[in-house]
Design a protein around this ligand. Structure first.
Ligand code: GLN
Length: 191
């Protein structure tokens, strides 16, 4: 099983290490044809507008939509969650992949509390998950088919629609590999 990590920009190395810890083979994705060799794709945190620009330049925006159509799993973290959203409330013109029916706001947690850490309860996890939020987007609205797996102060922060997963925090920045494992076991192997 090969996990692809989009490596045009952002915190892709940390995801790579996390999946390698779990024994997966990880392929860094920079070109559309590289998507042919992977079973699932992770879009990391970083800067979503830069990432969007680079994806468009390389033709990855179209290729990733085709990848979704082939029923393979995709996981976006933080900027990656913005990239897969269908609407960006505060930057409506920003290009996005529209892989998941949700509206996000890039800056609504504000400068004062731009970064914070909390212990989250995640559905089906027996123990709390220490979550790191770094200039995280807020999920303002989700479609009927989107399932909420974790919330922070009533906002969804981990959501799932079919095989598309989004977390607005950064599981790759801790040593807790449970969400990476969940992604492999529930969304990649179950295909
Ligand atoms: N706020 C950033 C953005 O809009 C995302 C931050 C992150 O990925 N840690 O792209």
């Amino acid at each position: 099983m090969n996990i692809g990590v989009l490596a045009v920009q952002g915190a892709f190395r940390e995801h790579k290490l996390a999946f390698e810890d779990l024994g997966s083979k990880v392929i860094e994705i920079r070109l559309p044809e590289e998507l042919d060799n992977i079973d699932a794709l992770v879009i990391p945190g970083g800067e979503s507008s830069t990432m969007a620009k680079l994806m468009k330049n390389y033709g990855l925006d179209i290729a990733i939509n085709e990848f979704k159509a082939s029923e393979r799993a995709i996981w976006g973290t933080c900027a990656g969650a913005i990239a897969i959203a269908s609407e960006i409330n505060d930057f409506p013109e920003q290009p996005r992949l529209s892989l998941m029916d949700m509206t996000v706001d890039r800056n609504s947690y504000g400068r004062q509390i731009a970064s914070f850490e909390v212990d989250l309860e995640i559905e089906s996890f027996e123990e709390g998950f220490h979550a790191i939020f770094i200039r995280a987007p807020r999920i303002l609205k989700i479609g009927d088919r989107v399932k909420v797996l974790a919330t922070y102060k009533n906002d969804p922060v981990m959501v799932l629609e079919n095989k598309i997963l989004a977390t607005v925090f950064h599981p790759e920045l801790t040593q807790d590999r449970r969400i990476h494992k969940y992604f492999i076991e529930k969304l990649v192997k179950n295909s």
